[in-house]
Design a protein around this ligand. Structure first.
Ligand code: B12
Length: 375
């Protein structure tokens, strides 16, 4: 059995859903697009800035000869059961245990098995590596690009995570690159509430709800309402995708959320300490930005309900130690109840010691007063 067949067999035994192989040539066909994104300020803070490192496996691992790419489905259906209100949404990618850890464990086991057969050198990554994971997955025949930019596997759909191992193994690379298969369908483009999918295969990440739930940049007011009750991530462009209907579901119990982990009690994230947050939520992929970002998203979610019942819950956060939390609380309160909110906000403005927060609250007052005059 050659080394490739051996890796495929071991991957199956390890319950890895998809495995493919690609070479270490630079990913030249996405170079121009990456440069265009840079020019248009569409790079996110979650990506490697150096384009050479994004596209050339040999810059990352000079001995590289072949890349093993794996895919694992996280497409679980899970009934949330009785929801405690107010509750917030998590994308499937943050259900269950952190996928970075789960895929890494699988890859480590696979690496051990390969070492048993043949000693080799390697570097492995899941998500946080500099290279463009999706392009490697496409080249390895794991899937094709959907118009929503996600890599879609014909058997498992697009709810799949990608990991890869750069190796110095000699292998014949003859993977078949799958052809795009969206046809005339543009359901994802139409469904995206913020218009982040500007055209087929073109995402403006700065408008993507998933990005908004993670960034520390100030979120434009007009985009906040589209975040609804999202606490982390967004699945809209994948949920509407016909390629995710009638396909094989993931069977990895690690990604099945327990009752309290597929939705988030906003009351809880508003009240707990950083330490409690880490104890309760750090096993989840979505918690990587820390408590205050979830707290901010929870505050936006309460603001988006426009329900006065949440005003008493929000009011104390006008005096929160975090300037970010004070700003977003002012927004949420004004969004729910402009008239009463304005009295509190003007009051708070007098004592606000942070110049930037003061300026932002003045900007909010302007924004909401114009909107309210216009009715
Ligand atoms: C930064 C980042 C984000 C950013 C930006 C996303 C983006 N589209 O760029 C934000 C925070 C918005 C994000 C969101 C999500 N992400 Co993310 N993210 C990344 C990260 C770290 C880098 C992505 C990147 O390089 N983007 C660069 C641009 C150029 O890529 P792109 O917009 O996808 O464009 C591709 C296509 O458009 C295609 N293309 C361009 N032109 C053309 C033209 C034609 C004709 C064709 C066919 C294709 C094509 O090539 C581009 C390169 O891949 C990767 C991990 C990694 N290191 O690669 C994970 C990764 C892409 N994310 C992942 C996931 C799961 C998500 C979410 C589903 C999470 C969620 N539920 O909220 C969403 C999906 C949003 C979406 N529709 O893309 C998975 C995707 C798995 C898959 N099946 O595709 C990855 C690969 C992580 C992993 N290892 O599993 N993510």
């Amino acid at each position: 059995m050659d080394i490739k067949q051996y890796i495929i067999r071991k991957s199956n035994e390890l319950d890895i859903d998809m495995v493919g192989f690609t070479d270490c040539k630079p990913l030249l066909n996405i170079r121009e697009y990456l440069m265009e994104r840079k020019r248009k300020d569409r790079e996110t803070e979650f990506e490697e800035e150096d384009i050479r490192r994004r596209i050339d496996p040999k810059v990352i691992f000079p001995e590289c000869k072949a890349i093993i790419v794996i895919g694992m489905s996280y497409n679980n259906e899970f009934s949330m059961g009785p929801k405690k209100l107010p509750w917030g949404k998590l994308s499937k990618s943050s259900w269950g245990l952190d996928y970075h850890i789960i895929l890494r464990k699988k890859m480590d086991k696979l690496i051990d098995e390969i070492q048993r057969k043949k000693k080799f050198n390697y570097k492995s990554f899941v998500d946080t590596g500099p290279l463009v994971d999706r392009e490697l997955a496409k080249n390895a025949g794991i899937g094709y690009y959907g118009k929503n930019c996600s890599v879609i596997n014909p058997k498992y759909g697009s709810f799949i995570f990608i990991g890869y191992i750069l190796t110095d193994l000699d292998m014949k690379i003859d993977s078949t690159i799958l052809k795009e298969d969206c046809g005339d369908c543009v359901l994802c483009l139409k469904a995206c509430p913020t218009g982040a999918l500007e055209s087929s295969y073109r995402l403006n990440p700065k408008r993507c709800i998933s990005y908004l739930t993670q960034t520390k940049e100030r979120i434009p007011y007009d985009l906040r309402r589209h975040m609804g009750n999202s606490i982390y991530g967004c699945d809209i462009c994948q949920k509407v995708c016909p390629k995710n209907k009638g396909i094989s579901m993931g069977n990895h119990e690690e990604f099945i959320p327990t009752e309290n982990k597929s939705y988030i009690d906003i009351g809880d994230i508003l009240s707990i300490s950083n330490r409690e947050f880490n104890t309760r939520y750090s096993s989840m992929a979505g918690s990587w930005r820390g408590r205050n970002i979830w707290r901010r998203n929870g505050i936006i979610a309460l603001g988006n309900t426009k329900d006065k019942i949440y005003l008493p819950m929000l009011k104390p956060f006008l005096k929160d130690p975090s300037p970010m939390i004070r700003e977003y609380t002012a927004w949420a309160i004004l969004n729910i109840d402009y008239k009463h909110g304005m009295v509190w906000i003007r009051d708070i403005l007098e004592y606000e010691g942070d110049k930037i927060v003061k300026l932002e609250i003045e900007r909010l007052i302007d924004y909401f007063s114009t909107r309210n005059i216009q009715g």
